[in-house]
Design a protein around this ligand. Structure first.
Ligand code: CO
Length: 448
């Protein structure tokens, strides 16, 4: 119907959906049979790269991650290709030098991934600005993100102010990224309403069905003015993944909205992915609803990791103590959002505090780096007392962390000169030296 507001749909089947429910194991060969249908289904974009896919391709699939982009692009010229980029962390867990980031972003856009969703675990805009700038220079679409979490300092104002800063840096669209699926529909509504007043770029909502709310949250956010949502094909939807595309499109088109999505195509696409998931049984996780994220305000994935960590250390009976310690440590560390790598840092330190019986007697290296400012600016002040316990009188870095780093591209090229087949190989090595080298060895014998 004309006059209806157009809602754009990004399908995440090729990235977040199988990362969330199938341990990121889908191979390019399993993506290609429905590529033409994906091309013709009216999606604004396909999220198909970044996150854990790069590492997983090299490590488990022995695939060149750059080859995946080219093969998919050949068959899918129409929709945007989106990737998830961890700001200055690119696709890894630490900060990379600016020259590596810039080279990576340019190669990404040149290979056909034209929308870069950029986030930082601390919502520190300084860690996103170089990626936004490089994306624009390369001719790509820079989507900045705010990571959604719950804490006394993460109020509507925090997100709106961060969004304003990021829009001022040249972001083309703004994503509210709720990786734990804990943004309630009414919180989402208020947040989008206020953000809409403050910035004039489209707002994209990303959530997960983990606690069962994401689809409802999408609808409320759309009512408040959100422009784009993330969904995936039903075979991979639900649980820790996104809501189903088929369901979301049907709901919207019955209201005062249009999507361009061609529902008829999705039946065939879903048939294919239902078959694919059957071949990866050992990696497939059920689509259960897990409300622990709402009760503990700790993402479900982090709870599962903590539980196995405790069991492995014979601390299974100290679960309750650790569950009390996690929010305490998080508060003392200035309320970092519990997303990679902060979820691991807070989790590990909490376990150490309980295990030793003396808080901060033993410190993880990463927690020291975090307190020294090497990850960026914490959302709130770190407790003075705890800072002293962790780093004593050591100086705290107030500059952007990557300023400290030596350039890395020349070194990477030098290190792999006997293996280099394409310029992108140096980037694979700069990001994941060990996995890339193993892949290059494999490629020497078996070819691409
Ligand atoms: Co996600």
């Amino acid at each position: 119907m004309s006059g209806n507001r157009k809602i754009k749909i990004t399908d995440t089947t090729y990235r977040d959906a199988h990362q969330s429910r199938m341990a990121t194991r889908m191979s390019t060969d399993d993506m290609l049979p429905v590529a033409e249908l994906m091309n013709e289904s009216g999606f604004w974009a396909l999220e198909m790269w970044g996150g854990a896919t790069f590492d997983s391709a090299l490590r488990f699939l022995k695939e060149c991650p750059w080859m995946r982009v080219r093969k998919l692009r050949e068959k899918i010229p129409e929709p945007g290709f989106m990737m998830l980029l961890r700001g200055q962390n690119i696709l890894g867990y630490q900060h990379y030098p600016d020259d590596v980031l810039e080279a990576f972003v340019h190669a990404t856009v040149n290979n056909g991934v034209n929308i870069l969703r950029i986030f930082d675990a601390l919502n520190d805009p300084r860690n996103m600005e170089p990626a936004i700038r490089a994306t624009k220079e390369a001719g790509g679409h820079a989507q900045a993100s705010v990571v959604y979490t719950i804490s006394p300092v993460h109020d509507v104002e925090h997100y709106v102010e961060t969004a304003k800063t990021l829009a001022g840096m040249g972001a083309d669209t703004m994503c509210i990224k709720d990786m734990a699926g804990i943004m309630t529909p009414y919180m989402g509504y208020n947040l989008v309403k206020e953000m809409k007043k403050a910035i004039d770029i489209p707002i994209h909502i990303h959530s997960h069905m983990t606690t069962g709310m994401a689809l409802t949250t999408y609808i409320k956010c759309i009512e408040a003015g959100a422009d784009i949502i993330d969904t995936c094909i039903s075979a991979f939807s639900g649980g820790t993944s996104q809501p189903a595309t088929e369901t979301a499109v049907s709901i919207l088109e019955d209201g005062d909205y249009d999507t361009d999505v061609v529902l008829d195509n999705l039946t065939e696409i879903n048939r294919h992915f239902t078959e694919v998931r059957g071949q990866y049984d050992e990696f497939f996780t059920p689509a259960d609803i897990d409300v622990r994220g709402l009760i503990y305000q700790v993402p479900g994935g982090m709870l599962s990791n903590l539980r196995s960590q405790l069991r492995a250390q014979g601390m299974g009976d100290q679960w309750d103590e650790v569950m009390e310690e996690v929010p305490r440590v998080r508060k003392e560390l200035g309320y970092p959002p519990l997303v990679t790598p902060m979820s691991q840092i807070v989790g590990t330190q909490s376990v150490l505090n309980v295990a030793t019986g003396e808080r901060y007697a033993v410190k993880a290296k990463e927690v020291r780096d975090y307190v020294r400012g090497l990850y960026g600016r914490p959302p709130a002040e770190i407790s003075e007392d705890v800072r002293k316990k962790i780093i004593g009188d050591e100086e705290v870095l107030t500059d952007r962390p990557a300023e400290l780093l030596e350039p890395g591209m020349e070194k990477a090229r030098e290190a792999i000169k006997d293996y280099m087949q394409k310029p992108e190989d140096a980037l694979s090595y700069a990001l994941f030296p060990e996995q890339a080298m193993q892949y290059f060895e494999h490629r020497k014998v078996h070819g691409e």
